[in-house]
Design a protein around this ligand. Structure first.
Ligand code: IPE
Ligand code: IPE
Ligand code: MG
Length: 255
């Protein structure tokens, strides 16, 4: 199915509330230009800025981006070090602008392994932008979907251990409330750039019913048009959540 609005340059018929992105392909982008990998990551920061602006423009409530996975520590030490530096400088440079644009910024993941200065800057940025409402912009850093579920289970475990609740009282909703993005709607649209078609331990629980979109475009090349393309693909899909299409169409007519 294709979105008829695409051909006429109309905005997509339905806009996701929450978009989650695996920003992949920075290294290959740099390699093609005979540049060091970090040049690709730097170019990737510009794409992040662009997509944040796009989300505000479209009235999207939440954007979550995967910046560093729990597995990315396996990369060469110098790349990891440069990525940490880039994270710090990007934070220092961008936070004011995010605040001016009414963006609330937060980081999910285990930040205890980050350099102290980076941890402090993250906490400052979160405090500074905490009451902003136009967009919730979440950066997943030293994040893993398995880590997230594990830490939520640990919280419930403590409550059971203390006698506050019984194991039988554990529900999906209770477990969900301990996850990193508990207060946000679940992602409606997932985008992965760079051609790979895998989840790479990103939001495992939260992506249960998310529409998946994969593109070969490398993250630094992911611009306004690419994002519009992804949104149009989203708008052309029928989300059934287990029901039949007849049921969904009937429900839509009733609205
Ligand atoms: C994604 O780009 C950014 C991070 C994982 C930090 P990559 O660095 O994975 O780029 P490729 O996959 O090597 O092209
Ligand atoms: C996933 O990208 C993590 C981020 C984008 C931060 P990778 O490029 O590290 O993923 P794999 O290892 O190729 O699956
Ligand atoms: Mg990659």
């Amino acid at each position: 199915m294709s979105d008829p609005d695409r051909a006429t340059n109309q905005p997509p018929a339905s806009i996701p509330r929450h978009v989650a992105i695996i920003m992949d392909g920075n290294g290959r982008w740099a390699k093609r230009r005979h540049l060091p990998r970090i040049a690709g990551h730097r170019a990737g920061v510009k794409s992040v800025r662009r997509v944040v602006e796009q989300c505000i423009g479209y009235g999207i409530e939440a954007l979550t981006v995967f910046a560093f996975s729990t597995e990315n520590w396996r990369r060469p030490q110098d790349e990891v070090g440069l990525l940490m530096e880039l994270f710090l400088t990007a934070l220092e440079k961008e936070v004011k602008k995010l605040h001016q644009n009414d963006v609330r910024m937060q980081v999910i993941g285990d930040r205890s392994r980050f350099p102290t200065k980076l941890q402090e800057r993250i906490a400052e940025a979160e405090r500074y932008t905490a009451s902003n409402r136009a967009l919730t912009f979440t950066i997943a850093a030293n994040y893993g979907g398995r880590w997230d579920i594990t830490q939520a289970v640990r919280k419930l475990g403590r409550r059971i251990e203390s006698g506050e609740m019984s194991a039988d009282a554990v529900t999906e909703q209770l477990l969900q409330s301990g996850l990193a993005l508990a207060e946000l709607p679940e992602p409606d649209l997932f985008i992965r750039t760079g051609g790979e078609q895998r989840i790479s331990n990103f939001l495992l629980w939260q992506l249960a019913y998310t529409e998946l979109y994969f593109t070969d475009t490398l993250w630094p090349d992911f611009g306004k048009e690419s994002f519009a393309e992804a949104l149009h693909s989203f708008a052309s899909r029928q989300r059934r959540f287990g029901r039949t299409s007849e049921q969904v169409e009937e429900q839509e007519r009733a609205l």
